[in-house]
Design a protein around this ligand. Structure first.
Ligand code: NAD
Length: 285
């Protein structure tokens, strides 16, 4: 039987409507935490067959509630600072406390599937019925303005606004666990994946700075840097297995295991750290 080691805690997962965020929300619910999900759309899983076929309820909120915890969902664009603050205030009002924040919203997304203009060829992917999210192909020297602003906003700014909005509640409680989400693209430059890598690298720096500031309040701030992890958005990368030292692409469970470590007392003496979950990919020769 699963130990309910997070019973009585309230966990916020941003970008929890599908993919890795859904996996984190379900893991934390399974461990007994009450769950609040904030995502720009709670139905984002409908875009990808890979995500849709896993769903066991109308949204991740109902899936979490099936673990007999309280669960709520809010549709908010976290690139908007005031809206982020208001959303987190609503979570606190409804749930009564705030112990964990997993700042997962993000991705190399330039245009979300629901915003795609008809017949944009970049929004096509074999095996998917409708348009998919369009992802970045910018370089460090050549990046269109729309891509630059969008990718910095949805990765760096969503993370910083969320952290800044949860900090006062956790400071008052004199406890908290914040997990930010970078990428191995923020550890090793990847040609053609700019400005995503720049945003994720900044998250690693921000995590260290925030950890210093919040340590006196008994708040741990750590970062995770996934490598190639199978989600609907990223698509099937099993063809890359022979380039990954551990011989396979990562799974959502691989990442949820690290989240579990970072939000439980197992990591009480760890702060400002970044953990890569990439099967050794970043150091391959
Ligand atoms: N899949 C991977 O291999 C991988 C690798 C490295 C890092 N990551 C990071 O992990 C996180 C999750 O990735 P994923 O593959 O599950 O992607 P995903 O697109 O499936 O999930 C991201 C979620 O964030 C939400 N979101 C995006 N912008 C938002 C905004 N402005 N406001 C509110 N919600 C917003 C989306 O709606 C979506 O539900 C991202 O931060 C991504 O950069 C993923």
């Amino acid at each position: 039987m699963t130990e309910m080691k997070l019973a009585g805690k309230v966990a916020l997962v941003t970008g929890g409507a599908r993919g890795l965020g859904r996996g984190y929300a379900l893991r934390l619910a399974k461990l007994g935490a009450d769950i609040a999900i904030i995502d720009r759309t709670l139905k984002g899983f409908e875009v990808y067959h890979f995500e849709k076929k896993k769903m066991t309820g109308p949204s991740v909120v109902e899936e979490c509630a099936a673990w007999r915890v309280r669960a709520m969902g809010l549709e908010v664009d976290l690139t908007q600072r005031t809206a982020t603050e208001k959303a987190i205030a609503r979570v606190f009002e409804k749930m009564g406390r705030l112990d964990i924040a997993v700042c997962n919203a993000g991705g190399g997304t330039v245009v979300f599937a629901d915003e795609v203009k008809a017949k944009d060829p970049r929004a096509k992917r074999k095996g998917e019925a409708g348009p998919v999210d369009i992802t970045t192909t910018g370089t460090a020297a050549d990046c269109p303005q729309e891509m630059l602003t969008r990718v910095l906003d949805i990765n760096l700014m969503t993370c910083m606004y969320t952290c800044m909005a949860v900090a006062p509640y956790m400071k008052r409680q004199k406890s908290g666990k914040i997990v930010t989400v970078a990428s191995t693209a923020g550890l090793v430059p990847n040609p053609g994946y700019h400005p995503y890598g720049t945003a994720k690298s900044a998250i690693i720096f921000y995590t260290r700075a925030l950890a210093q500031e919040l340590a006196p309040y008994n708040i741990n701030v750590n970062c995770m840097a996934p490598g190639i992890i199978r989600t609907g958005r990223l698509g099937d990368r099993s063809w890359m297995a022979d380039r990954i030292p551990l011989g396979r692409e990562g799974t959502i469970e691989d990442c949820a295991n690290v989240v579990e470590f970072l939000v439980t007392d197992l990591s009480d003496y760890v702060t400002g750290e970044t953990i890569a979950i990439d099967g050794g990919f970043r150091d391959r020769r």
